[in-house]
Design a protein around this ligand. Structure first.
Ligand code: NAD
Ligand code: DAU
Length: 351
């Protein structure tokens, strides 16, 4: 048995591939375009593993997809590949439309052609699992109930609009063509291999370098946080037992204001790697807010808990401690991802 994972060299995809290789006997084909966010180092521990095969390529390359599907005959596609950073989508939305919308369309068409050709015995077991985000639902007021799977789509950024479009395509390919799809909409992940353009890893690497910790606006925006390994276990549960055509919200029941997240990271660093200059919170700096910044996300994860028996294994306290420790233990990984392109982005976004 084989699965095809797109975007498997990125943050969540690489955690998923590593867990899959450790927990199953199945072969994994990772397809990744290695954009600035893709990093083969993340999968270095699989070097020489015959059950893992890495392919450098684009999900918008139909000929490559046809060849990969025909050659490896996967029983499932788990689709992570995307442009994923909201701030980058504000500076340059084109890449988000190209990969998240057109790329997902191309992947769906290749999957449909492949699935149609499959023999009757395996066709009904095939699955296309689309990994999406809670951001498609828009922003919540402070007292509004958390997002359920039937919450209307109200995307507010080019990123979330492109993901919402991809969710709609996936839904339509099931409704119209019968493609056996599953969709997950997850909240903010954190953990190992998180690229330091996103809030938590950026705060860790900046604090360690004695640089400002940029908090957008008043820092009171709320996100729900889930340790990445718990997202991976949710995806495994949906792939194994999810009802075809259904959407599952995935979240950690951990609503936190950004400022509280930053203060928690600072307190952990004060404990684990104290600075001679004083507490890391001295570096907190309020900067201009993100345009169109969503104020609050919250996930109602009762459906996946009820139907599939999934629960997160980590609390925020255990997960964030593991995460900070991981960054302290991997200085070489941190140094390598801070390339010239990374420095250019930091200059453009924060200067
Ligand atoms: P990431 O940016 O870290 O990784 C994306 C990966 O996709 C990279 O390896 C990149 O090289 C690859 N990629 C980009 N364009 C490609 C293309 N055209 N063809 C092939 N590969 C391509 O993203 P992430 O944070 O790991 O997110 C993975 C998925 O999960 C995304 O679909 C994202 O929308 C979704 N998601 C992320 C979060 C989160 O908190 N990070 C939460 C919910 C959902
Ligand atoms: O909700 C799920 C989404 O979470 C995923 O779909 C996205 O791919 C992922 O990037 C993430 O989006 P966010 O915009 O919530 O994540 P980010 O880490 O960029 O920002 C988290 C919050 O922190 C957000 O309110 C903006 C704020 N922030 C972010 C950065 C990078 C700051 O205050 N300062 C910063 O420098």
């Amino acid at each position: 048995m084989t699965i095809l994972v797109t975007g498997g060299a990125g943050f969540i995809g690489s955690n998923f591939v590593l867990d899959w290789a450790a927990q199953t006997a199945e072969k994994v084909i990772t397809l990744d375009a290695l954009t600035y966010a893709g990093n083969r180092d993340n999968l270095a521990s699989l070097a020489g593993n015959e059950r893992h095969h890495f392919v450098h390529g684009d999900i918008a390359d139909r000929a490559l997809l046809d060849q990969l599907l025909d050659t490896h005959q996967p029983r499932a596609i788990v689709h992570f590949a995307a442009e994923s950073h909201v701030d980058r989508s504000i500076h340059g939305p084109g890449a988000f439309i190209k990969t998240n919308v057109e790329g997902t369309f191309t992947l769906l068409e290749a999957a449909r052609a492949y699935w149609t050709r499959l023999g009757e015995d395996v066709r009904s077991d095939f699955r296309f699992l689309h990994v999406s985000t809670d951001e498609v639902y828009g922003s919540l007021t402070p007292d509004a109930p958390a997002f359920t799977e039937t919450h209307p789509f109200e995307p507010n950024s080019p990123y979330s609009a492109s993901k919402a479009a991809s969710d709609h395509l996936v839904r339509a390919w099931h409704h119209t063509y019968g493609l056996p799809v599953l969709t997950t909409n997850c909240s903010n992940n954190y953990g190992p291999f998180h690229f330091p353009e996103k809030l938590i890893p950026l705060m860790i690497v900046n604090a360690l370098a004695g640089k400002p910790l940029p908090v957008y606006g008043d820092g009171q925006q709320i996100r729900d946080w889930l340790y990445v390994k718990d997202h991976c276990s949710a995806i495994r549960a949906v792939l194994a037992r999810g009802r075809v055509g259904e959407t599952y919200n995935v979240g950690g029941w951990n609503e936190k204001a950004n400022l509280d997240i930053v203060r928690t990271v600072c307190a952990l660093l004060d404990e684990l790697r104290p600075s001679s200059e004083g507490p890391y919170a001295r570096l907190i700096t309020y900067v201009k807010d993100r345009p169109g910044h969503d104020r609050r996300y919250a996930i109602d994860a009762r459906k996946i808990e009820r139907e599939l028996g999934w629960r997160p294994a980590e609390t925020f306290e255990t997960g964030i401690r593991k995460t900070v420790q991981w960054y302290l233990d991997h200085p070489a990984w941190v140094a390598r991802v801070q390339s010239g392109a990374y420095r250019d982005w930091m200059e453009k976004q924060y200067a």
